[in-house]
Design a protein around this ligand. Structure first.
Ligand SMILES: *Cc1c(COP(=O)(O)O)cnc(C)c1O
Ligand code: SF4
Length: 335
């Protein structure tokens, strides 16, 4: 037997796995037996928005299939270089909704805290791929400005920890943040928007669960999966642990050409989520962000798919089809 090298005690296993992520698209193509497609990779785009994929997520991709729906979400293709009219770098008006450093306050009663700019995976369609994280995360201001802003607005009853991915912060950091939020008497609910339970399920470790179970507010965790193939048994286990810690689980997806713009794929996604104790929440029409146009699904097609989904599934397994429009008071239904 090969002796297993012991992990340094102070580094949680998930952080070790995160560090060990794939950082080179060509390496991923090689693992998948797809080196023949190397010329479709854009080095320029990979430099502008780094390639990063946990190995566990890559392991769920099909060998030898350049059309794999998980691969498509992470591969910096040359298509990203084409400038598309109508696509901008701040597609959803984030830079004008800034309440304080790291706070986006667009909707009544709830504010979003950009807790960190880091993610465990970099999704090519991400609407925040151009967000100036270096200056605009709450962590950059040591959270004080953000916490003061939240505390001084009596109308904010829900704080959404987002990012980036809030669960890419170490658990003691998260605890520091929620300790500060405990000084907000008006806070009724806490929400986390995170893709980590899906792309790095090892993140849902004992320390995280202990932190979650000790929070004084009802906690909703909105995960982010776009395709049923992302939901392996490891993800199912992580989600079960989150439920045992008392959180409510919802999922948001982005409708993506070549990934999930298909009735059977969307049905299977909803059914797999439900089997793992998660209800579908939103199906987002792609934000028109520069470099992501190759993921765009025309509005009529999106609506037609959604109607078919309604006819195929019980109502509670049909996510709301929405788009985010700068200046609107909520995410807007497409029809
Ligand atoms: C999407 C979003 C929310 C959450 O909206 P819900 O409809 O409550 O899920 C809150 N704040 C900001 C800035 C958002 O972009
Ligand atoms: S995990 Fe979420 S925030 Fe991070 S790159 Fe993917 S879509 Fe964007």
């Amino acid at each position: 037997m090969i002796p297993v090298k012991p992990l340094p005690a102070q580094i949680p296993k998930w952080q070790q796995l995160w560090r060990d992520s794939l950082r080179d698209p060509l390496e991923l193509l090689e693992i998948l037996g797809l080196t023949a497609f190397s010329d479709r990779i854009s080095v320029k785009s990979g430099d502008a928005f780094a390639f990063r994929v946990p190995r566990g997520f890559a392991a769920k991709m099909r060998h030898g299939d350049i059309h794999d729906p998980l691969l498509r979400q992470v591969l910096p293709l040359t298509e990203e270089e084409s400038l598309t009219p109508g696509y901008s770098i701040d597609a959803v008006g984030d830079l004008t909704a800034r309440g304080a450093t790291g706070v986006l306050h667009k909707y009544r009663g709830r504010a979003l805290l950009v807790a960190t700019g880091s993610c465990a995976i970099n999704c090519r369609y991400c609407f925040r791929r151009h967000f100036p994280y270096a200056e605009e995360t709450a962590a950059a201001g040591q959270w004080q400005e953000a916490i003061d802003y939240l505390r001084n607005d009596a109308s904010i009853h829900e704080v959404i920890l987002s990012g980036g991915d809030p669960l890419s912060l170490a658990t003691p950091k998260l605890a520091q943040l929620t300790d500060a939020l405990k000084t907000m008497p008006q806070l009724k609910r806490l929400r986390l928007h995170t893709r980590l339970p899906v792309v790095l399920p090892e993140r849902i470790d004992a320390g995280l669960l202990e932190w979650l179970s000790g929070l004084p507010w009802p906690v909703t965790v909105v995960i982010h999966a776009n395709h049923g193939n992302e939901l392996g048994p490891d993800v199912g286990d992580a989600l079960q642990r989150l439920r045992q810690a008392g959180t409510t689980l919802l999922n948001q997806s982005v409708l993506l050409a070549g990934v999930n713009d298909d009735l059977a794929v969307l049905c299977r996604l909803s059914e797999s989520l439900h089997a793992m104790g998660v209800l579908p929440y939103y199906l987002h029409q792609l934000d028109r962000v520069q470099g992501a146009a190759h993921f765009s699904v025309p509005q009529e097609r999106a609506i037609a798919l959604h109607r078919e989904l309604m006819a195929a599934l019980p109502g509670y397994l049909v996510p709301k089809l929405v788009r985010e429009t700068a200046g609107e008071p909520n995410k807007s239904p497409l029809y």
